[in-house]
Design a protein around this ligand. Sequence first.
Ligand code: OSB
Ligand code: MG
Length: 368
Amino acid sequence: MNLQRIKLTVIKMPLKIPFSTHLETVSERESILVEATGKDGAQGYGEGVAFSSPWYTEETVKTSHHMLKDFLIPLLKRSPVHHPAEIEHLFRSIRRNQMAKAAIETALWDLDAKRRGVSLARRLGSTAGRIPSGVVIGTPDINDAISHIEDYILKGFQRVKIKIFPDHDIEFVRELRRRFPTLDIMADANSAYTLEDVDRLKALDEFGLMMIEQPLASDDIIDHAVLQRQIATPVCLDESIVSYEDARKAIEIGSCKVINIKIGRVGGLYTAVKIHDMCKEKGLPVWCGGMIEYGVSRAHNIALASLPGFTIPGDISGSDRYWEEDIVTPEIKVEDGFIEVPTKPGIGFQLNLKRLKEVTVSEEVFDF
Ligand SMILES: O=C(O)CCC(=O)c1ccccc1C(=O)O
Ligand SMILES: [Mg+2]
């Protein structure tokens, strides 16, 4: 792709309010911005979405940076690709490290779309003009959660996701259901349960949740299939699906009825689109998951989620959900519950260089 250089910038910003799961409370977000510059001067952007510590997956900001610097960038230098869809194959020689891989791969998709003068959404095959927006509540306190939800409903958000875990599930959901009888609610457990909790999980059936996301172990598809046979609420897999093959096998054995596709978790847009295509063919709904990300990753999510198989609103909120000021301009906005799909070339957002400078921790340039 005629690359001139790749720049890695580590950035860090506090969240407006901390985001809690049973595993970790995130109050500050570090990420890696990837800037790929071509010999023609064109630039593409990607965002490494690993967290500072390995609570969600095994990757961290530091391991991602190490992979990018010591393996992925050198590999790309040695073996130039002509098309971003070749990256997945090239990177197969390096095991896992999906978020590090996706950080480069997404930057190259942006670069490629810009060179062709088309939006990334169009480049991926989408024609949608806007996507519905969903939001995640990261506050375990019931009263805070209710007031945040009221606020989000007024802003038009189309569905709300809450985090659950044992002792913070049945009564919490019952109260929310009582306050919001018709709201589309999904519950994400981030692997807080085992099959021994099947009665607790069955008890959630009466609340008409849209789905329960990743109730069991983060690497499991077998027990999820056993669980899905015993509960009416659709099971959605997140952590368990890190590749196309994972998705194929999970569907085949009935581990889930819905899949949350995250570009970072599956190693890039190529695989994300491939999983989408398969699910669409099999009639399995998908939605785009969030990673408490900055505007660059959000922009990639918007393009992906504009594909026709994304029939459920994703964890895609606006820049102001987490940030006082985002690193992209214009900021990502939710209007009447929808986000407009940009029509400008590539991701359709510019970097806010002033803001980027303020939040930069370190940067490193790799010449090709
Ligand atoms: O980006 C968001 O708005 C939050 C999405 C979310 O729930 C989440 C955030 C960080 C890590 C894992 C998850 C998850 O979906 O499990
Ligand atoms: Mg999840």
